[in-house]
Write a protein that binds this ligand. Structure first.
Ligand SMILES: Nc1ncnc2c1ncn2[C@@H]1O[C@H](COP(=O)(O)OP(=O)(O)O)[C@@H](O)[C@H]1O
Ligand SMILES: [Mg+2]
Length: 214
């Protein structure tokens, strides 16, 4: 069974961004989507992660069509199974980094992994308020928060934008290892072609089409 299966997606804002986009994601698989700024990558990721309803087409998660799920079922899947790592971090700003992770750990009944925090180089900063952290540190706290709940699909939008090359590499290694170990899958949107090619499959969004490059 596919973790995610998208069929014939089309979406228009001021102009048509893409049409007839289909995509399947399997366990342990990583998929990169590249394309020029404004080509609709983030919109496509929003649709795949059920934040946005497409003009046409369907998204199935774990074999169930999301358009025929009850609101309750969809909310439960979003909370338990989907991990969103987006540019806007959605961290609770008034809280410390640790409190942000504790919320995730309590809601998902999972433990915070100190080793993960050390590898992300945020272990020493966990008692600081989110607003006192740099953009790059906030990005890594939001990745730690997402991984703490152990989702089955990671949706990742430009994850390494605020990070230096070495840290970016380590963060991506953590995500690749995570999906391998946890039988999860990842859909990654990036500008970085080198990073994209570390994924199992690479697609380019161009001229309103999603073309498979690898
Ligand atoms: N909620 C929205 N309402 C109207 N237009 C939008 C909205 N979101 C994105 N767009 C437009 O859709 C186009 C593609 O945006 P986006 O998906 O963010 O592209 P990318 O991530 O590839 O840079 C842009 O022209 C953007 O202005
Ligand atoms: Mg974008």
């Amino acid at each position: 069974m596919n973790l995610l299966s998208a069929k014939n997606l089309s979406h228009t804002f001021e102009y048509e961004l893409f049409s007839d986009v289909s995509l399947d994601l399997q366990a342990k698989e990583s998929i990169a989507i590249i394309g020029m700024s404004g080509s609709g990558k983030s919109t496509l990721l929003n649709i795949l992660s059920t934040l946005l309803t497409p003009n046409s087409g369907s998204v199935s998660l774990f074999g169930e069509d999301t358009s025929s799920m009850s609101k309750k079922r969809l909310a439960q899947i979003k909370r338990d199974e989907l991990g969103l790592v987006f540019q806007s971090h959605y961290l609770f700003k008034g809280f410390s980094a640790m409190e942000n992770l504790e919320v995730s750990a309590i809601l998902s009944k999972k433990d915070i992994d100190d080793e993960l925090l050390k590898r992300l180089k945020i272990y020493e900063s966990m008692n600081q308020k989110v607003t006192e952290l740099s953009g790059g540190q906030q990005q890594r706290v939001s990745i730690a928060r997402v991984l703490t709940k152990q989702p089955r699909i990671l949706f990742v939008d430009e994850p390494t934008g605020n990070l230096d090359k070495e840290t970016a590499k380590e963060v991506m290694n953590i995500l690749f290892e995570y999906i391998e170990q946890m039988n999860s899958g990842m859909i990654l949107v990036t500008h970085d072609e080198e990073l994209a090619h570390k994924c199992h499959k690479v697609f380019r969004l161009q001229n309103r089409e999603l073309k498979e490059l690898k």
